[in-house]
Design a protein around this ligand. Structure first.
Ligand code: GRF
Length: 218
């Protein structure tokens, strides 16, 4: 079967991009990255893409008069690449309704919280300040409203005594690198159907265990 073609949009470090690159190295993985776009010319993720032999494009948002003009350039580059799925992997620009609607159900984002909790920025500091015992990350289809849309995959981690935002971010990030390739695989396999504003997954096998924090015997 043909592999699903991915365009990955980044702004910085690109560790989630790297997780997708690594997953796509497996010939049995049902997707391949055909283009990496960054709005920042010095994004480390661009080097990761080049090292993997993946075409890159820099589309600097500052070169455009407004958001729609910037996004028209993004869409043109994605369309030329032939990508069928767009992955936002640390892409730090707000998107207009027009872009979200153009790529509806073909646009996914990774967010470092258990949505719908902690939309927006500084999720880990806010989770610690709120005193939650469990944090995590989410891959979801993008809708016009920020950090909203049908949820595809989530992973949960404990918040531990002494955690600061950086420690918690690292614990969550390790799980981001797992669930992003999982979500893309499920989409590529045609196993996700969006019904209303929920994503239904065919033949899903979830872990039956629960994450309890503090541990019951702790
Ligand atoms: C990740 O924490 C992701 O959840 C958020 O931005 C960060 C990007 O990190 N959207 P990286 O560039 O993938 O390393």
């Amino acid at each position: 079967m043909a592999r699903l073609k991915l365009a990955v949009l980044i702004s910085g470090r690109g560790s989630n991009l790297q997780a997708l690159i690594d997953a796509c190295r497996d010939a049995a993985y049902p997707a391949e990255i055909v283009l990496v776009i960054s709005n920042e010319a010095d994004a480390l993720g661009l080097e990761r893409a080049k090292a993997a032999g993946i075409p890159t494009r820099v589309v600097p948002h500052r070169d455009f008069p407004d958001r729609p003009a910037f996004e028209t350039a993004l869409t043109a580059a994605i369309e030329t690449s032939g990508a069928g799925l767009v992955c936002l992997a640390g892409f730090m620009r707000m998107l207009t309704d027009g872009f979200a609607n153009r790529w509806r159900d073909k646009l996914v984002n990774i967010h470092p919280s258990l949505l719908p909790a902690f939309k927006g920025l500084d999720t880990h500091a806010r989770a610690i300040a709120a005193g939650v015992r469990i944090a995590g990350c989410t891959v979801h289809f993008v809708r016009p409203a920020m950090d909203e849309g049908p949820i595809i995959a989530q992973a949960a981690v404990p918040v531990l005594p002494g955690d600061d935002a950086a420690i918690l971010a690292a614990r969550v990030l390790a799980q981001e690198h797992i669930i992003f390739p999982v979500a893309v695989r499920l989409i590529a396999e045609g196993r996700i159907k969006v019904v209303g504003e929920r994503a239904e997954i065919a033949g899903v096998s979830a872990h039956r265990g629960a994450l309890v924090n503090p541990a019951p015997d702790g």
